[in-house]
Write a protein that binds this ligand. Structure first.
Ligand SMILES: *[C@@H]1O[C@H](CO)[C@@H](O)[C@H](O)[C@H]1NC(C)=O
Ligand SMILES: *[C@@H]1O[C@H](CO)[C@@H](O)[C@H](O)[C@H]1NC(C)=O
Length: 457
């Protein structure tokens, strides 16, 4: 990466000025409904649940009105599906490691399906709103002075809820030199080589499949999960000087995949090699939890290995039962379970069989509606009105996960809902619409993934 040419600097400056203009004309954030004020206060005051062995962060649906950094509520659903497709494309690109087709932007698309949490960084600790992503490795936050290569530029950071992290105001902040071993892990974490500036500081380049990116200094500072407990000194993250593409006024991202530099891997020496979450509906609050779990309430399936991408979480979906009829998922290669993909993708033949079985079970009780974006099994009537048959996932080892009707159908327009599954050539990706309200534990130490119904609203 190294130094940038003058021409590139000018180009960055121009695109930045355009971005700044967009930010100025963008409307101000809506005031959250008053029913959210208690939830938001709890988050701002970091009243998280914790004890000496673990902690639990509130986790928000990206469009929850109670999220500290909600997406605009008038965002068309078709835009969300469009972003979901770019996320799926980039996930599959990362899995297909055949050197012949190296994608230009080598990361998972951030999309807009990622849930949001708050963490604290620095001494004294300051809170930041971040998206959480099982498809990403490196964590980063926007960082002052938000300028990197060119002195006349003023800001390369977008609008965010919290004041931008100021390294100069933290007594425990330091950058990581290029000679440090962590700098060399960036290649596997971001799939881009690290860079080195004139003062031998390590530079990361995190690019995402939807052309979002963050470039800045690889850094260390204290991560704290509340003001009083659970601080992780020397937490490694990116101090982003040039950032584009985060949605909803978040500050950055925490990577939950298995790469050695991820948030999960850095926390596991202290809290153990598992984490769990519950992804809520828009009206409730879920959680992200570290530090042990109660295995009794979960059904488990083995975590599959995949040579394709060590970072992602894989399992095996054996079959899908629709109203008691079993449809085999014969594909040999394992399925990805992903927190940031919204709609579950199934191999084409499996999808067609599931769609036909759902239509048969509904049996003409509601009229069909035209396809909507990637969703082609649609009905006249809201998701609550359509008499949805029982749909269950059967995972490797026999774990059965029965989906509530609200995880099967999705409202796409007023009075129209669709089956929330889509066809994707030969691949299976378990998306977050289907994971909603389940407690899901990723036990990397015991190589298993567990599901329990009724974890959050
Ligand atoms: C960052 O990586 C992307 C994708 O590999 C590449 O196109 C871009 O030039 C890199 N940026 C810098 C500043 O090196
Ligand atoms: C500590 O927290 C963990 C995770 O929230 C929980 O499983 C455990 O039961 C708690 N232990 C005590 C002693 O409260």
């Amino acid at each position: 990466m190294g130094r940038m040419s003058r021409a590139v600097e000018m180009k960055l400056l121009q695109s930045f000025c355009f971005f700044l203009l967009l930010s100025v004309v963008a409307p101000l954030r809506e005031v959250p409904p008053s029913s959210c004020s208690a939830q938001i206060e709890a988050i701002i005051n970091l009243q998280l649940q914790h004890n000496s062995s673990g902690f639990r962060l509130p986790l928000h649906h990206p469009q929850s009105p109670c999220s500290p950094a909600p997406l605009s509520s008038d965002l068309p659903f078709s835009d969300i599906l469009h972003h979901d497709s770019s996320r799926v494309n980039s996930l599959l690109h990362r899995v297909a490691t055949s050197a012949a087709s190296v994608p230009l932007f080598k990361g998972t698309a951030l999309g807009i399906g990622n849930y949001v949490a708050r963490i604290n960084i620095g001494t004294p600790p300051k809170p930041y709103t971040v998206v959480t992503d099982t498809g990403s490795s490196l964590s980063w936050i926007q960082c002052l002075p938000c300028k990197f290569y060119c002195l006349p530029c003023k800001l390369y950071c977008h609008g965010q809820l919290d004041p931008i992290f100021n390294p100069a105001a933290s007594s425990t902040y330091h950058t990581i030199p290029c000679s440090d071993a962590h700098c060399s892990t960036l290649l596997s974490a971001t799939l881009n080589p690290s860079g080195c500036d004139r003062s031998h500081t390590c530079i990361y380049n995190a690019t995402y499949g939807d052309r979002s990116f963050s470039i800045g200094y690889l850094s260390q500072d204290t991560l704290s999960l509340s003001r009083s407990i659970a601080s992780i000194p020397n937490f490694i993250f990116g101090c982003g000087q040039d950032n584009k593409g985060l949605y909803g006024e978040s500050t950055g991202i925490i990577g939950l995949n298995k790469n050695s530099i991820s948030f999960f891997s850095q926390l596991s020496p202290k809290f153990g090699s598992s984490f769990s979450y519950c992804l809520s509906s828009t009206s409730a609050t879920g959680y992200l939890s570290f530090g042990g779990y109660n295995p009794g309430k979960f059904v488990f399936t083995p975590m599959s290995k995949s040579s394709a991408n060590e970072g992602f979480y894989y399992l095996k979906l054996s079959s899908i039962a629709v109203a008691g009829q079993s449809i085999a998922v014969s594909k040999e290669s394992p399925s990805i379970i992903d927190s940031g993909t919204v709609i579950t993708r199934l191999p084409e033949e499996v999808y067609s069989a599931v769609s036909a079985a759902v239509v048969r079970a509904i049996g003409g009780k509601v009229a069909r509606a035209p396809a909507y974006s990637i969703l082609d099994t649609c009905f006249k009537g809201s998701a609550a009105e359509v008499p949805t048959p029982e749909v269950a996932f059967v995972f490797g080892g026999g774990a059965v996960v029965r989906l509530p009707g609200s995880n099967v159908m999705i409202d796409v327009d007023s009075g129209v809902s669709c089956l929330a599954f889509a066809a994707e050539k030969l691949e299976t990706i378990i998306g977050n619409w289907q994971q909603k309200t389940f407690d899901i534990v990723y036990d990397v130490g015991k190589r298993r993934i567990g599901f329990a119904a009724g974890g959050c609203g």
